[in-house]
Design a protein around this ligand. Structure first.
Ligand code: GAL
Length: 428
């Protein structure tokens, strides 16, 4: 039917078209205004870590925000923290950064972190988080950190075939461990895979100290930084046990990244690795099955203990308008059930919110969760100092130096190293 519109129809039609077009532009702009760009500093660059980080990126983008990746390679995060400091000093902090433990308080003390109490309240974090973890995320009672997971550090990962080859059982005590290590060495298999980096040596020592001295000793030494304990006989025994492991490692360890040491166990080039359960993320990416291809066991002597390491993100006050929306989106996402399940299934850790079913998780994760709960009741739950959860960055770095030098020294005695640990505890 012909249009009965007056001659002005083209003008009117173009006005309508123009309005529609303008509305579309404004809608897009509005959406863009809502679509915040969030620059995220993290150090998850290994196979398993990167896969987990990609999940966070994808879920943030599904909220309409843009993830600007600011990955700084280097296991344990030392490199990332150095880069972060330069960015903050330059007055140009990233919107979000992977920071945990006392460093959260130190950054909050600089008044550079955005409080996220509104997100925590909306997400009921106080009722979902273990109290000792919630307190790490708060500064003067306000949430400034969003937790992601619970990693367990005191694990020993074992290649199942290698253990079968020597007809051994997973070692429960340190005497057992060295018997198994001797049998593996005799069979021509490198018993222990390790990367020659300070944080890996420190983490291995932290696990040995827990197994040799127990949780009460660990807390006296590393929570209270008690001088007599740090230089006492139990610490000397822990240091001797730690250094004894060296003879069961390979010469190619210098500078080796942790995930390449894990790959040695995955491929049977080595039999065992002391490492937190981010290592499980590497086994998963390699398609390995726990209980069949590899075993996850508590490190010798630490079956009733759990060294926790909780990854978290803080959100810096940034000048760019509109970013805050993306920061809050990300904070809420990190503690959401969907993200907690998907991320931790890949990362090797267990969810930090305590209300989730672990039905989709493997036996290592289920064991980790059961041990976390049990250790929480018996006093066996301890924070990892080697992974930024306990001592100040200054003391942690000083401990790294003492242990790294002791590990490579030809003649330093355990007592000399213990005395240096006591001195290092005074660093500030
Ligand atoms: C830890 C971190 C883990 C994992 C590991 C190796 O400090 O909490 O998520 O990334 O370093 O890089």
């Amino acid at each position: 039917m012909r249009s009965t519109q007056p001659a002005r129809a083209p003008a009117r039609r173009s006005f309508v078209a123009l309005t529609a077009c303008a509305a579309a532009v404004f809608a897009f702009a509005a959406n863009q205004a809502h679509a915040a760009s969030v620059e995220v500093l993290h150090y998850w660059t290994s196979g398993g870590e990167a896969k987990s980080a990609q999940l966070l990126k994808k879920m943030l983008e599904q909220k309409g925000d843009t993830w600007v990746d600011f990955a700084v390679a280097g296991g344990g995060g030392g490199n990332a923290m150095t880069v972060l400091k330069t960015r903050v000093v330059a007055g140009n902090p990233p919107a979000a950064a992977q920071i945990k433990g006392p460093a959260i308080q130190e950054w909050a003390d600089q008044d550079v972190l955005m409080p996220i109490d509104d997100v925590a309240k909306a997400g009921n974090w106080n009722s979902l988080l273990p109290p000792e973890i919630a307190s790490i995320m708060k500064y003067k009672g306000h949430y400034v950190g969003a937790p992601v997971n619970i990693h367990r550090v005191n694990w020993l990962w074992i290649n199942a075939d290698a253990l079968k080859k020597v007809g051994a059982q997973p070692p429960k005590t340190w005497d057992d461990f060295f018997k198994v290590a001797d049998a593996l060495k005799k069979a021509g298999i490198t018993p222990v895979a390790i990367g020659g980096q300070p944080w890996q040596e420190a983490e291995t020592f932290e696990t040995v100290a827990l197994g040799v001295g127990g949780a009460a000793f660990y807390k006296k030494a590393f929570v209270q930084l008690d001088q007599a304990t740090l230089k006492g006989p139990t610490m000397v025994k822990a240091l001797e046990t730690f250094k004894r492991i060296k003879a069961y490692t390979d010469d190619g360890q210098v500078g080796r990244d942790w995930n390449l040491a894990t790959a040695m166990v995955i491929n049977g080039k080595a039999a065992m690795q002391f490492m937190g359960d981010w290592a499980k993320g590497e086994f998963s990416v390699a398609g390995k099955v726990p209980g069949k291809d590899y075993l996850c066991v508590a490190a010798p002597g630490s079956q009733n203990d759990f060294t926790f390491n909780v990854d978290s993100f803080v959100f810096f006050k940034v000048k760019t308008p509109g970013v805050e929306k993306g920061q809050k989106d990300m904070a809420g996402l990190l503690m959401s059930p969907a993200f907690q399940e998907a991320f931790n299934l890949n990362k090797g850790s267990i969810p930090v919110r305590q209300d989730l079913s672990l039905s989709k998780f493997d036996d290592c994760a289920k064991k980790s969760s059961a041990d976390f709960k049990a250790a929480g009741k018996t006093g066996g739950l301890v924070p990892s100092w080697a992974h930024d959860m306990l001592v100040s960055p200054a003391v942690e770095g000083a401990f790294y130096d003492v242990l790294g030098n002791y590990w490579i020294s030809k003649d330093e005695t355990a007592q000399q190293a213990a005395d240096k640990l006591a001195e290092a505890a005074k660093a500030n």
